[in-house]
Design a protein around this ligand. Sequence first.
Ligand SMILES: Cc1cc2nc3c(=O)[nH]c(=O)nc-3n(C[C@H](O)[C@H](O)[C@H](O)COP(=O)(O)OP(=O)(O)OC[C@H]3O[C@@H](n4cnc5c(N)ncnc54)[C@H](O)[C@@H]3O)c2cc1C
Length: 457
Amino acid sequence: MPRVVIVGGGISGLSTAYYLAKAGVASTIVESRSRLGGVIQTEHVDGCTVEAGPDSFLSAKPAAMELIRDLGLAGDVIGSNDHLRKTYVRKNGRLMPLPDGLMMMVPTKILPLLTTGLLSWHTKLRMGMELFHAPKPKAGDESVAEFIEEHYGAEAVDYLAEPLLAGIYGGSPSEMSVSSVLPRFVELANRYGSLTRGVLAQRAKAKSSSPAAPLFRTLKGGLGQMVEAILAAIRGQVEVRQGRAQTVERRGDGFRVRIGGDWLEADRLVVAAEAHSAAALLPPVDPRLAELLGTVPYSSSMTVALGFDAAGFHPLPEGHGFLVPKKERRRLLGCTWVGTKFPYRVPADKIVARCFLGGMEDAGVLAESDDAVVATVLRELQEIAGVTAPPRFTRVSRWPRSMAQYPVGHPARLAEMEARTRAIPGLYLAGNAYQGIGIPDCIRMGRQAAVEAQGGG
Ligand SMILES: Cc1cc2nc3c(=O)[nH]c(=O)nc-3n(C[C@H](O)[C@H](O)[C@H](O)COP(=O)(O)OP(=O)(O)OC[C@H]3O[C@@H](n4cnc5c(N)ncnc54)[C@H](O)[C@@H]3O)c2cc1C
């Protein structure tokens, strides 16, 4: 039986450990934090389920649901309240709803596009005329901003793409690789010319084959429930070693990993830590791979959850929340009304606002004190959404350098990283720096590492 060591106990590393254990292969997880789960962390406060990190996963990507079914948690899966899904965007000091029928930044319904106050007539016309775009396939990568501007104009970048993507990646569309961040849109644009026509055609196909799933899914008890279920399932087959892996060396056909003063021997090594951490570990194994890993940028983010008595809100907040585009931004990137977005999260007499700060342009906010951050959030919630109620509880969570960014050129860098990793038998990489930052992507990559580590290929 190969000795498998996994560095990093976030969802990527846990998925590797789970699928190895399922195949009867024991492993050791090395984790520097005192708990497992990485950025997944759920807390229950005052009757509310509060997520410090991610709150859900996209239904469209199957790996998370496959794992959840395997864990026997299918009965605890809940969907987002899509009938209440209205997201507001701040423009000229006011909150305007995103037009109905928008798929990310692609309009699929005419009337809501014509009547929205979020976009000028010039942009509406431009978005309508996009239907007549002829296919113009491009060989190389380009930025999300260039791609969206070519299809829908600059205002669609500023008031749709920028706030939507800043809310997910904490980065800027002018830096992000469209081939890595919106690969499906690139395929559709190459095929149909018009992105709108492509999305409509694809949607028609999807509708005829399966009933509509909620956009996001999660678990009744929060995503921490998935981490707990994995830990219960792997108990006895996985040893957890708390400590920071400091370096990795080749040793015969395998590796050895230094943790404090000890060396841990491994026949197979899965590095499921952030790329900047992997970069610090791997120079003795492959200096060029370590260098490439070190060039993956990461954004730092912060979530601030505030619990209120619903009685303090007149009127109650509408929709799933709001986004603040860079052009209108102070510190808040956006806010989710947790009890509206998901059932089971917040009792009817309470309201929980989950606010996002940080990103590539405001990493400094993580260094501010909790009191200072909460004061900023309350001031901006009042200014943007008219919230004047005092919070009953607050939770501030900092995630330094946790969210990988895919800048223009990421596909080429990824190809080189993958080729170099394949050339080192027994070494595997998993995590949000490679083929997707979402939870289903991380589970898929963790599972793939488990499959390869069993075979040793
Ligand atoms: C605030 C926030 C909100 C998000 N929201 C969503 C969402 O709603 N839906 C979604 O799909 N995705 C979301 N994401 C993205 C997604 O959650 C992450 O990409 C994913 O969970 C990353 O998992 P991971 O295991 O690759 O990395 P991590 O969770 O970062 O885990 C890596 C682990 O490796 C450990 N480690 C690092 N270096 C070492 C070392 N040298 N030795 C030992 N241990 C080490 C770290 O301590 C950490 O525990 C969100 C991310 C953040 C930060």
